[in-house]
Write a protein that binds this ligand. Structure first.
Ligand code: ZN
Length: 445
């Protein structure tokens, strides 16, 4: 069989069910899928291929799955920091969104986000925002694989001035983007149980169920949210969602920090998944999710960066590093979160959380060829004893040399293959200038 691409001379971290690591192996790709993931055997004649790529001893692994993004918020990176969630949202982010979020800015901010994700090894993201139609256009151009959720909230939002239309706008978005491209899955994203009414939450779930889409929601993010929902509904945020019949295997609970034992049990029984975004939760002082307990309860847990206004980057390598260390220090146990577990969260478990583990998340024949190559020819990656250790504790997004999605190279030798980075940066700078002028006007010095 003639292959399209053959990747040779790599340390292959498969993230298959046995977490098999092949010290020197090759990957064969045909029609966008992996057809072979094999150790190198001296004397064995490799199949012919249109293209052979030498990993030069670098790490070959599944593309990273970022289970929580707000792509256009790259434009708000560094706009307002060091604030509690509610002050940050109400005094800074919501006003900035009301003033600046338009189709053009969503498109420009999303393209900027896509370049950052691709260059740092993310091949799939799970997103939610407003004007998601324009995000989808930018994502489609970038070649990223994505679940894209139209945001739903019960007050006037960018593109949805009348909140009574929030769920119908989301339904239209899903219908518009279903079956457009295999890389794009439309979804619905309810902002939170404290910004959406019971009616909105239920309607959104009905739309998700009837279209087979992923239902995303920020929930139990802060203690104040937990207390607010308890006061309003006399139950925890998780129990509240359960009471509305929202939790099932197509529900992604984002943050899910303030869960008690009963909540963990509810989530585990429902089949719902959790997106863990520790850097954002640390920056906003939201709390520390009991991730080890969630994993023990067999809840699918993926990693996410959250939007750039609360992180402030989309580097999944940094997220992995922080995840491993946060759970060690919070439990005073260096064995609490091992590098393999964290890599799984950033790949196969993340894929499971968004319903894609049959097609992506590991390097196995029959799966989509979403592959990254990490250049290990660097002082901070030398020598190399345990690849999984380097991935979590030493590598950075900037060490990613090549990125393939569905068999197509999107990054080669640290450069974007099909996007013009200079143009995208210029456009983002222009948007940034407009935002800066507004800020200067608001805060005269
Ligand atoms: Zn978020």
């Amino acid at each position: 069989m003639q292959l399209d691409t053959l990747i040779v001379n790599g340390i292959i971290v498969t993230v298959n069910p046995d977490f098999e690591i092949i010290g020197n192996g090759w990957v064969g790709i045909k029609d966008g899928q992996m057809v072979a993931v094999q150790p190198h055997r001296p004397g064995y004649l490799l199949p012919g291929a249109l293209e052979t790529v030498d990993a030069k001893g670098g790490i070959v692994m599944p593309g990273l799955v970022n289970t929580h993004t707000h792509l256009p918020m790259t434009l708000f990176r560094g706009l307002a920091d060091d604030l509690p969630l509610m002050t940050w949202l109400n005094d800074h982010i919501f006003p900035a969104e009301a003033t600046f979020i338009q189709p053009e800015s969503v498109y420009a901010g999303t393209l900027l986000a896509c370049t950052e994700l691709l260059l740092s090894g993310t091949t799939t993201c799970c997103d939610g925002y407003f004007y998601e139609h324009f995000s989808a256009q930018a994502v489609l151009l970038s070649g990223l694989r994505a679940v894209l959720g139209q945001g739903v909230i019960d007050f006037p939002a960018p593109g949805v001035p009348d909140p009574s239309e929030n769920t119908s706008v989301a339904r239209n978005f899903i219908q518009r983007w279903q079956n457009v491209d295999p890389l794009i899955q439309p979804s619905i994203f309810c902002h939170a149980p404290y910004t959406c009414s019971e009616k909105t939450l239920r309607e959104a779930k009905e739309i998700a169920r009837s279209t087979g889409s992923l239902y995303q929601i920020h929930v139990a993010e802060t203690r104040s949210e937990y207390e607010l929902i308890k006061e309003r509904h006399h139950m925890s945020p998780i129990a509240y969602l359960e009471s509305l019949n929202i939790l099932d295997s197509r529900t992604l609970l984002v943050h899910a920090i303030w869960l008690d034992d009963a909540d963990i049990d509810i989530v585990a029984r429902s089949g719902a998944a959790i997106s863990h975004a520790p850097e954002s939760a640390m920056k906003l002082g939201s709390g520390i999710a009991r991730i080890q307990d969630y994993i023990q309860a067999e809840i699918p847990v993926g990693l996410g960066t959250d939007g750039c206004a609360s992180n402030n980057n989309q580097d999944m390598f940094q997220e992995m590093d922080i995840t491993a260390k946060l759970h060690k220090v919070s439990t005073l146990n260096p064995q609490a979160m091992k590098s393999r577990t964290v890599i799984e969260m950033a790949t196969i478990a993340g894929a499971r959380a968004i319903g894609m583990d049959r097609t992506i998340g590991s390097l196995e024949p029959g799966k989509q060829a979403d592959i990254i190559i990490i250049d290990t020819q660097a002082p901070h990656l030398t020598p190399l004893y345990h690849p999984e250790s380097h991935i979590v504790y030493a590598a950075k997004g900037s060490d990613v040399r090549d990125v393939m999605i569905s068999g197509k190279w999107r990054v080669k030798n640290r450069g974007l293959v099909s996007l013009n980075l200079d143009e995208i940066l210029d456009q983002a700078r222009a948007e940034g200038k407009r935002i800066q002028q507004w800020r200067t006007h608001l805060e005269p010095t």
